[in-house]
Design a binder for this molecule. Structure first.
Ligand code: URA
Length: 246
């Protein structure tokens, strides 16, 4: 079998040491050696099975795959760093030694289930709209919604980037002038749920993602994380794209 070569930058990021950008900086700074020789080219080809890569003199090993479920609070960004210094989800996983990246995004004002992983294929399956991974949200609408409005959300509403696919929508309760509803969509467009509510002349006052497919946030406390179980990971490992229909 021919060797499976990877760039030096990728070997470092895959080992869970940091992002690709950070890896490039370390390589450029001369902190990385391949078979004892300093290499300062991030695109240098490495055979991870044979070549000995060290970072600051310590051997670099391919990391195990990590899958986290974080209960993102409102007010936290789904990015690594914010130029304005606002809190990010990385502030909540400081005790984790490995590098993981969020799968898709949740708006600043949205809370709930966020998956972070270093498994790019798993992330791609979860985020790719062709796979139609169902995402469930609980919404507090700014108005009392009629059955007709809920039906429009179910059938699909026109948005500036095209009509939405059919969705599962359930009224949870009406309280005062508000309706609380649960909505499950199989796309992940930018601010999609908020825009859907606006398309039926209402607004999402509160938006919480509670599930992705069979993975549920359960009673995890806000701001806390847990590892996905092997069964939860397997749901998406075996998940094939469903084209057409909904
Ligand atoms: N829909 C939204 O409007 N916002 C999110 O963060 C996710 C889905």
């Amino acid at each position: 079998m021919p060797p499976v070569l990877k760039t030096l930058e990728r070997v470092l990021s895959k080992a869970g040491l940091g992002s690709r950008t950070e890896a490039r900086k370390w390589i450029g700074a001369g902190r990385v050696r391949v078979n004892g020789k300093k290499v300062q080219t991030p695109d240098h080809w490495v055979d991870p099975a044979r070549d000995k890569v060290t970072f600051d003199g310590n051997p670099v090993r391919q990391s195990e795959k990590i899958y986290l479920l974080l209960y993102k609070p409102k007010g936290y960004l789904t990015t690594y760093k914010d130029p304005e210094g606002r809190p990010t989800v990385y502030d909540l996983i400081r005790d984790l030694k490995a590098w993981v990246a969020p799968v898709g995004r949740l708006d600043l004002d949205t809370s709930g289930l966020l998956i972070l992983t270093n498994d790019n294929q798993f992330a791609e399956r979860l985020a790719n709209p062709d796979y139609k991974a169902p995402k469930t949200y609980q919404v507090k609408a700014s108005t009392r919604l009629s059955d007709e409005q809920l039906d429009r959300l179910r059938r699909g509403v026109p948005l500036s980037d095209g009509p939405t696919r059919p969705a599962l929508v359930a009224r949870l309760r009406d309280s005062g002038k508000y309706t609380h509803l649960e909505i499950t969509i199989t796309e992940g467009r930018n601010r999609q749920v908020r825009r859907m509510l606006e398309a039926v002349d209402s607004k999402a006052l509160k938006l919480v993602r509670t599930a992705i497919g069979p993975i549920r946030i359960g009673d995890l406390a806000i701001g806390k994380w847990r590892k996905l179980t092997a069964a939860e990971v397997a749901c998406f490992a075996a998940h094939k794209p469903r084209r057409g229909g909904s």
